[in-house]
Ligand binder design. Structure first.
Ligand code: G6P
Ligand code: ZN
Length: 542
């Protein structure tokens, strides 16, 4: 029943920050998926008879790839495959299911927040037994295997019915079609006080959750509307569609414009939130205020103890380097550790496993905790609802009070998209070549305190990661970071992260770009970005 099929290697099957990501037509080439999946299995050891979790965000080509993986995982000798009904499961839910059942690992089918559809993006990512993305040691080995692969094995059986819950068999392998929401919802019920949140909704609290026609629709409907009593219709765009209904499922104020406009307008509900394609990112907007992911991390860390899952307090906080220093203020006040890691959720894994940190977050709209090993969009929303239930104040007041207590870190990211690679490299080189000479130099009122090419030494496994972004820190707490995106699929994307610290509450009401004007000017001057890219202004400002 197992067929061995000869094949030839494809170029470029190198997993990036979050697995192998390519355009759909690339994945549709004969054997492209099979080669990569077989390379994963060839790299792993000791999974015979064990469990594999499989699910995706429902984007175009999801169902076809699920069928291939089921037949190949059976041929490879897995004992059980837990697959989400319809081939669906959010990224944090896959992580939760792997952990709950002690699975050997899991495969997530997603290109996260990248657009879907026949011409959109697709992706395959392998997660290990702790529920987190495979570390580089494994992804490098998978890539090496893709270059020498000569055959793959697949069970010669008709397609499995993935729409009916229940078990079927392929040879000795049990294929179990599971409710993709149930285990995740159960975990959320343990971490959070659902009664308290139910009381909040009972009191007339209103909310909109925009699932952006992606994976979180079924999760948000079940948890927010069915279990927590939010009004029917609270969750919008709640049916996962193969092309996300044309949405760009990246939850920022630009792509979630409908939600943003609603929250800034006269008919705003009390609270707004959104998640991305595969459910790991979050957007938090109160009535009249967009909460930056960096502020959200700091505020959630300061309030985590209000949720039963974190009642004993948090052990520490980790943030990616470009994320603002707002969380550092909270960690300092709480007397817990703060860790600064390179961009990419995988860098949090060791810190979480070693219990050095409980809460992690990134400026790229990811927040999460030790409950899984991925960032988790709905989790962030539920923790926000927890603090709103407890404090019964508008989000705007909560954020302002946070600034008054810890100071405000004005923060903005300027993205220069689809820049020719040489131009992007030239910008980085221009800054890098000056970096050691910057300390002590002044630009108007801004005096450079330190500057470096960020390198990370993992305190748990001792590994080193170099060239993780150029940072310039000023004496007054302002900061500029330059970094090339690791997730774009078109040319290079240059990111410039801008930050200014302001302790005085009298100066907390300035419009963000105006507050950062000095820092922005220095960032442009230092890098010559306009001349080198031919772009006078960034393509996206968030
Ligand atoms: C993915 C990762 C995040 C990371 C982000 C960075 O979403 O899961 O952990 O922060 O990529 O993206 P960038 O485009 O800035 O490299
Ligand atoms: Zn995502």
């Amino acid at each position: 029943m197992i067929r061995t099929v000869p094949t030839q290697p494809f170029d470029g099957q190198k997993p990036g920050t979050s697995g192998l990501r390519k355009k759909v037509p690339v994945f549709q080439q004969p054997h492209y998926v099979e080669n990569f999946v077989q390379s994963i299995f060839d790299t792993l050891e000791g999974f015979a008879g064990k469990t594999l979790v499989v699910g995706g965000d429902g984007r175009f080509y999801n169902r076809e790839v699920v069928q291939k993986i089921l037949k190949m995982a059976a041929a490879a000798g897995f004992g059980r495959i837990k697959v989400g009904q319809g081939g669906l499961m959010s990224t944090p839910a896959v992580s939760a299911v792997i952990r709950k059942y002690g699975a050997f690992g899991g495969i997530v089918l997603s290109a996260s927040h990248n657009p879907g559809g026949p011409e959109g993006d697709f992706g395959i990512k392998y997660n290990i037994g702790n529920g987190g993305p495979a570390p580089e040691k494994i992804t490098d080995a998978i890539f090496a295997r893709t270059k020498s692969i000569s055959e793959f094995k697949i069970a010669d059986v008709p397609d499995i019915d993935i729409d009916q819950l229940g078990e079927t068999k392929i040879g000795d392998t049990v294929v179990e079609v599971v409710d993709p929401v149930a285990d995740y919802a159960e975990l959320m019920g343990k971490l959070f006080d659902f009664d308290a949140i139910r009381d909040l909704f009972k009191s007339g609290f209103t909310m909109r959750f925009d699932a952006m026609s992606a994976i979180t629709g079924p999760y948000a409907r079940r948890i927010l509307e069915d279990q927590l009593g939010a009004a029917a219709g609270t969750v919008v765009n709640s049916t996962p569609l193969p092309d996300f209904g044309g949405h760009h499922p990246d939850p920022n104020p630009v792509n979630a414009k409908d939600l943003y406009d609603l929250m800034m307008g006269p008919n705003a509900p009390d609270f707004g939130a959104a998640s991305d394609g595969d459910g790991d990112r979050n957007l938090i907007i109160g009535r009249g205020i967009f909460v930056t992911p960096s502020d959200s991390l700091a505020i959630l860390a300061a309030h985590a103890h209000l949720a039963p899952g974190y009642a004993k307090g948090i052990s520490g906080i980790a943030r990616s380097m470009p994320t603002s220093l707002a969380a550092d203020q909270v960690a300092k006040a709480m007397g817990v550790g703060i860790y600064e890691t390179p961009t990419g959720w995988k860098f949090f894994g060791n810190l979480l496993d070693a219990d050095r940190v409980t809460i992690c977050g990134e400026e790229s709209a990811g927040t999460g905790s030790n409950h899984v090993r991925e960032k988790d969009g709905l989790w962030a929303v539920l923790l926000w609802l927890t603090l709103l239930a407890k404090r019964r104040q508008p989000t705007l007041d909560i954020v302002r009070e946070h600034w008054a207590k810890y100071g405000r870190n004005y923060y903005s990211r300027h993205d220069y998209e689809a820049v020719p690679t040489e131009a992007a490299n030239a910008v980085m080189e221009a800054v890098r070549s000056q970096i050691t000479s910057l300390p002590g130099k002044s630009f108007g009122a801004l005096k450079v305190k330190s500057a470096d090419d960020f390198a990370y030494h993992d305190p748990v496994d001792g590994s080193d990661s170099k060239n993780q972004g150029l940072r310039v820190l000023f004496e007054n707490g302002s900061r500029i970071v330059y970094r090339l995106s690791g997730t774009g699929t078109e040319g290079a994307t240059l990111r410039v992260y801008l930050e200014r610290y302001e302790a005085d509450p009298a100066h907390h009401g300035i419009e963000t770009q105006a507050a950062l004007a000095d820092v922005i000017a220095v960032a442009r001057q230092l890098s010559g970005i306009a001349e080198k890219t031919g772009m006078a202004e960034p393509s996206v400002v968030t």
